[in-house]
Write a protein that binds this ligand. Sequence first.
Ligand code: FMN
Length: 384
Amino acid sequence: MTLNVFWFLPTHGDSRYLGTSAGAREVNYDYLRQIAVAADTNGYDGVLIPTGRSCEDPWVVASSLIGATSRLKFLVAIRPGLSSPGLAIRTAATFDRLSGGRLLVNVVTGGDQAELEADGVFADHATRYEISSEFLDIWRNALAGTGGEAGYHFEGKHLSVKGARTLYPAVQKPHPPLYFGGSSEAAHELAAEQVDVYLTWGEPPAAVAEKIADIRARAARHGRTVRFGIRLHVIVRETNDEAWKAADELIKHVDDAVIERAQSAFARMDSVGQRRMAALHGGRRDKLEVSPNLWAGVGLVRGGAGTALVGDPRTVAARMQEYADLGIETFILSGYPHLEEAYRFAELVFPLIGKRGAGPSSATLTGPFGEVVGNAYVPKVSQS
Ligand SMILES: Cc1cc2nc3c(=O)[nH]c(=O)nc-3n(C[C@H](O)[C@H](O)[C@H](O)COP(=O)(O)O)c2cc1C
């Protein structure tokens, strides 16, 4: 199997442990560049860059990394309602042109009312999805050149444009691909109608299968097909025992007060996806393996993606294959700390899932790969 594997840029901070400042590191341009270069040179297909008030701005981050990378795609979040369609269209076209067609767009409707209101967005959940739907109609059509020289006209309940078009078109046709996550009914309907790739956080395979079936059925009613991706953390080590020990280590500083504070903040959100993540562990640290090798410990304190695949390389590859068998083509992964784990995952798992990593790809070593033994000979490539 060859899967699309993305990594994640932690623009809200990075650390060795969750829920503490112990082992934390500053996320600045130099560090983000290191992670992006690690992802690019190791053969990851892209990086997801999140949006939110706890994150650096994703468009500025992505733009700053175009020149540091050569093949890596940037899955950059946009928030309809926060930016106008006209601005978003122009930003996307320019980014796609300057990066040589390396833009992917993640549409984020948002699920935290307080955060949205601080940004000046006072619409409720249903209205936000109406706005997202109108926004995407305009965005897609204007970038695709609908209406030709006269541009695209749209008059909606919330958004209207007259003669929208890009003089400098995006490289990717009809427009850079649209990715999108959301677990409410309105989200499924929007995915079915307008997006290219539906993303789910890492729920157990049976729940993911249900979501895929629902979105496929809705898309069929619109005469469309949708592709699927999943967002997971990963804790992979050479043995299963080591991986589970690393999972325990990751939350060793997390105490009940920190869990309580995080869970009550998540409970205030109106995000169905966030509720589904929280329900997996119920705030309890004693039942965190919610499906074989799927561990919900991350979600005790982290919002959004809250589960990790835990195991040795073969186990993790097999669990990924289970999701792939359901129709998942794209895996957006991360691990703490993001720089070291980008290397580790590529080294341990890429060979098992048909991906080229940064390591030696043939039995003949022609350059300084690995470490020369005793200044005398280059070790052979392991066939494992
Ligand atoms: C893979 C993935 C990535 C997401 N990235 C972000 C993000 O960067 N910022 C954010 O505020 N929400 C993010 N979300 C949340 C969704 O965009 C959506 O706002 C949320 O799930 C609420 O919608 P719902 O009630 O339909 O589930 C993400 C969701 C998924 C599945």
